[in-house]
Design a binder for this molecule. Structure first.
Ligand code: FES
Length: 208
């Protein structure tokens, strides 16, 4: 009669190994899921991917700290003389990106390097990415690599109370998105989070 081989019982070391493996798989799934949730558009008004209306009162003061709108995944930046005359454009050879006029820019919250969420640094007066150290001036111009292009921006327009378009963001002759001055009579900004303009290429080197 042939003996039937029995499976060997799992050792404590093997058990702990499998538990660790399952935990890592769960952690990765959660991380990927959260990234997809944030990145993928949903195409409904008032949600990322669709038209995102805001009252003009949402715009921060001229040259003050940019205002984050997390639901729309963008920053509102009110560019004034201080931003236009920022000496850091000259320091890192980005004169061609210095804004040509004052007004509003709407900047995508995701870093153009590898997709992390960057934040605003009050002390440094610039955007800073915690993942690999990319830095950007307030208008989205790259100040320090590894990011080698400026931040992406969203198309937007100013409307009056009747819904008429008064002014809208468009690329200039060089393909840069310039700030748009707030027209008189504007009551609403409508940001099209389904239409993104890629930031211009730029390699400012590693700057502190
Ligand atoms: S993802 Fe922002 S620096 Fe790498």
């Amino acid at each position: 009669m042939t003996a039937v081989s029995q499976p060997l019982p799992m050792t404590r070391r093997e058990f702990l190994y499998y538990v660790w493996g399952a935990s890592m798989a769960l952690l990765m799934a959660e991380s990927v899921g959260a990234t997809l949730w944030f990145t993928l558009p949903r195409f409904r008004e008032g949600e990322f991917g669709g038209l995102f209306p805001l009252e003009v009162t949402a715009i921060p003061e001229v040259d003050s700290k940019p205002k984050g709108i997390p639901d729309g995944r963008f920053w509102l930046v009110n560019v004034g003389d201080k931003r236009i005359n920022d000496p850091r454009f000259a320091q890192v050879g980005t004169e061609k990106f210095r804004p040509k006029n004052k007004g509003l820019k709407v900047i995508y919250m995701v870093c153009v390097h590898l997709g992390c969420l960057y934040g605003w640094g009050d002390a440094s007066d610039r955007f800073e990415c915690p993942c690999h150290g990319s830095k950007y001036l307030a208008d989205g111009t790259t100040y320090s690599n590894p990011a080698n292009r400026n931040l992406d921006t969203f198309e937007f327009e100013f409307q009056d109370a009747a819904g008429n378009t008064l002014a809208k963001s468009e690329p200039d002759a060089d393909g840069n998105i310039q700030p748009v001055e707030i027209p008189s009579g504007a009551t609403t900004i409508v940001v099209n989070t389904g239409k993104r303009f890629n930031g211009q290429s730029n390699d400012p080197g590693k700057n502190n």
